[in-house]
Design a protein. Structure first.
Length: 133
């Protein structure tokens, strides 16, 4: 039992992972080859909720789960020579779930209102720069 005699009840879970990966490859010579790889993997689970309990509030009962994920892999390759080859690879993988929930036997919520929200804000910007001369 969770009881707020005066005011709202708020259940909140947030995750804000930020990953920036930078890879640089430079090759100079008669036969020049440069290659680079940047790979970001974000795995997260964000959960906020009530599972089989009783919540009593005199105001709003608010359940929020949120994830703000930023992933920016950057790869730069430069190859200079008579025969020059560059290869680049940038990848972002984002996995997991963001859940806000009410579940289970006996879940009772009392108050002036109920608000259940789950939000994801994902920004993945892989950048690849290749120069071969």
């Amino acid at each position: 039992l969770v009881e707020a005699k005066s005011g709202a009840v708020t259940i909140n879970a947030d995750a804000t992972p930020t990953i920036t990966t930078i890879g640089v490859a430079i090759a100079v010579g008669t036969l020049a080859a440069a290659g680079g790889l940047a790979e970001d993997t974000v795995t997260r689970d964000v959960n906020a909720g009530i599972d089989g309990g009783e919540v009593i509030g005199s105001g709003l009962v608010d359940i929020d789960a949120g994830a703000t994920i930023t992933s920016d892999p950057v790869v730069v390759a430069v190859a200079i020579g008579l025969a020059a080859v560059s290869f680049m690879y940038a990848r972002t993988t984002i996995d997991g779930a963001t859940d806000a929930f009410l579940k289970g036997a006996g879940t009772v919520v009392r108050g002036t209102g109920l608000d259940v929200d789950a939000t994801d804000d994902i920004d993945a910007t892989p950048v690849v720069v290749v120069v071969a001369d």
